[in-house]
Design a protein around this ligand. Structure first.
Ligand code: HEM
Ligand code: HEM
Ligand code: FE2
Length: 509
């Protein structure tokens, strides 16, 4: 068995976050397939009612991503702050509290307890529990941040901590209910839009930069410059782009302008990050990557791809109010939801959790091949599903909105595409099951190390030792670079000597 190589105890505590995230993701794949089947074959008896299944699906979509992000935040915050997280006990409490909250929320939804507000259907005390989870995370991060000795302006730390604070601010009004439907809708999108398109984007930018620095050796200085500009754009555009959800909910029409204009700016941050990564990376980085990093990078690349095409481009088209009139409420929105929520954050969280999990355990060759297969299958499933939904949605928008056909006629015409969506869903759940299986199998195999990880106390000596280990690591990597340079100089000298010899021989001749 390979020894655990994480630098800090706090990071070792995150293995279980990573494993649990894959389990919830695997469950979602299988349950969603049932939902998609039910939409096509209405008469087939199902143990779960459609409304219960839908609310389960919507809630688990956001919650497994939150669970994975929480693990990623603890792991990379500790790495970037170059110290233990303030309280390792709180990390454990955070984990079990979140798991319990997730199970009770999802269980109660399946049993039919439903508050009625999409994405926020859980009972009020359970929503309060999600808020408490975010508060605990934020408190632990702030205490760590205050006592770390690295520059406080480090972009990754600032991005993660401000993202976590905004999670609390935007969720807060949603633990209450409102009598007026417009007020309910206004606040609902603080959760479903602002959580995703601002808070998670901020945390995601911080985590992705930390991940790239750790996994590929991209230079911190280059990313640091871009990350502040990125954060400002994410926060500024993200907040006002909420307007693209406010077009038809009964607020003044100025929101049509605000939503349209600020949605257009939303594509800029990811393009900036991508450009700076391309600028600093070269093919040499990739040839040096280990199997774990290769799979991680494939997942990150998938996330960036969907960020550009599924979230930004498709989102931008739908944000133009005159187009949104027709696309609103069609399967085009559903295609965007899958491409953006799973495509962007799902893949990013899977990348982070995969990286974290295999810090502790060696990725065997057979599992490595299985993971490649799973990533390819997941991407294929998502693309088949989304293309089918886009065609179905386009037919809905065109035939219902412009040609004036009846809903029954349109439903009959889009049925074949919904069947293709089910096939895509089948491929998707094959990929999610394989990936979840590889992780669960390894977690079970190494269960003793897994649950004992990080059980040591968080004392000053351990922290000093860890800092020393980190510095040693930096020095060895610098040594390696110098060795490579020397090697290059040596081989160039040899080449020159060879050329000189050739010249001399020619002269003699
Ligand atoms: C990665 C980030 C994103 C995520 C996770 C995301 C997620 C979602 C979700 C889940 C919905 C469905 C909401 C509902 O059920 O009412 C939605 C709708 C929408 N999103 Fe995004 N989105 C993202 C980025 C964007 C961007 C960048 C834009 C614009 C440039 C955008 C524009 C829209 C529009 C116009 C709608 C449809 C609103 C409607 O007609 O109901 N999204 N998004
Ligand atoms: C096997 C894979 C999946 C299948 C078959 C599936 C199926 C469905 C179905 C049937 C709906 C109801 C609305 C509609 O018909 O489009 C839906 C909605 C939704 N799903 Fe999935 N889903 C899958 C995976 C995921 C994943 C992994 C996520 C995110 C992590 C996700 C996020 C959503 C969201 C946000 C909505 C609401 C969309 C809206 O109403 O605009 N789904 N999905
Ligand atoms: Fe949005």
């Amino acid at each position: 068995m390979k020894q655990i190589t994480a630098n800090f105890q706090s990071q070792k505590l995150c293995y279980k976050f990573a494993a649990a995230t894959f389990v919830f993701f695997g469950i979602q794949g299988l349950v969603s397939l049932g939902g998609a089947l039910e939409m096509v074959f209405l008469d087939v008896p199902s143990p779960i009612q459609y409304t219960a299944g839908r609310s389960f699906h919507l809630n688990i979509s956001v919650l497994w991503i939150l669970l994975g992000i929480t693990g990623g935040v603890y792991y990379f915050f500790s790495q970037e702050a170059e110290r233990e997280i303030y309280s390792t006990k709180l990390i454990n409490i955070s984990f079990w509290f979140l798991i319990l909250t997730l199970i009770v929320i999802l269980g109660s939804l399946l049993l039919g307890f439903n508050d009625g507000r999409e994405y926020l259907e859980a009972a009020q005390p359970l929503k309060l529990a999600v808020l408490v989870g975010c508060l605990v995370l934020f408190y632990n991060l702030v205490r760590t941040y205050m006592s770390c000795s690295v520059p406080k302006t480090r972009g990754t730390l600032v991005g993660i901590i401000s993202g976590c604070l905004s999670l609390i601010v935007f969720y807060l009004p949603n633990i209450l209910s409102y009598a007026h439907p417009t007020i309910e809708e206004i606040f609902k999108f603080w959760y479903i839009h602002l959580w995703e398109e601002m808070s998670m984007e901020l945390i995601g930018a911080g985590l992705m930069s930390a991940l790239l620095i750790a996994a590929t050796g991209v230079k911190r200085q280059t990313l640091e410059k871009i990350i502040y500009l990125d954060m400002m754009l994410i926060a500024g555009a993200g907040i006002l782009a909420t307007g693209h959800h406010y077009y038809w909910i009964g607020v003044p029409s100025i929101w049509l302008w605000i939503g349209g204009i600020f949605s257009a700016i939303q594509a800029v941050p990811v393009l900036l990050l991508l450009l700076s990564v391309i600028k600093t990376m070269n093919t040499e980085y990739f040839s040096r990557l280990l199997p774990r990093e290769k799979i991680t990078m494939a997942l990150v690349a998938s996330s960036v791809f969907y960020h550009i095409f599924g979230a930004s481009m498709l989102g931008l088209i739908m944000s133009y109010p005159n187009i949104n009139r027709y696309t609103h409420g069609t399967y085009i929105v559903s295609a965007h939801s899958h491409l953006a929520l799973f495509g962007v954050f799902g893949f990013l969280v899977l990348a982070i959790c995969f990286y974290i999990f295999f810090t502790g355990f060696q990725l065997k060759h057979r599992d490595y091949l299985l993971c490649w297969l799973a990533v390819a299958v997941l991407n294929s499933g998502l693309i088949i599903m989304s293309l089918a939904l886009l065609v179905a949605g386009w037919l809905q928008a065109y035939l219902l909105g412009l040609e004036g056909l009846s809903i029954t006629e349109v439903n009959a015409l889009i049925r074949p595409y919904l069947i293709i969506r089910v096939l895509g869903g089948f491929v998707f759940s094959l990929g999610s099951s394989v990936l979840a299986w590889v992780i669960v199998k390894n977690a079970w195999h190494y269960r003793e190390v897994f649950f004992a990880a990080g059980s040591q106390t968080n004392n000053r000596e351990v922290q000093k030792l860890n800092c020393l280990r980190l510095k040693m690591r930096e020095m060895t990597s610098k040594n390696k670079e110098i060795e490579k340079l020397l090697y290059k100089v040596k081989s160039q000298r040899e080449l020159l000597a060879g050329i000189r010899k050739l010249f001399r021989q020619k002269k003699k001749e």
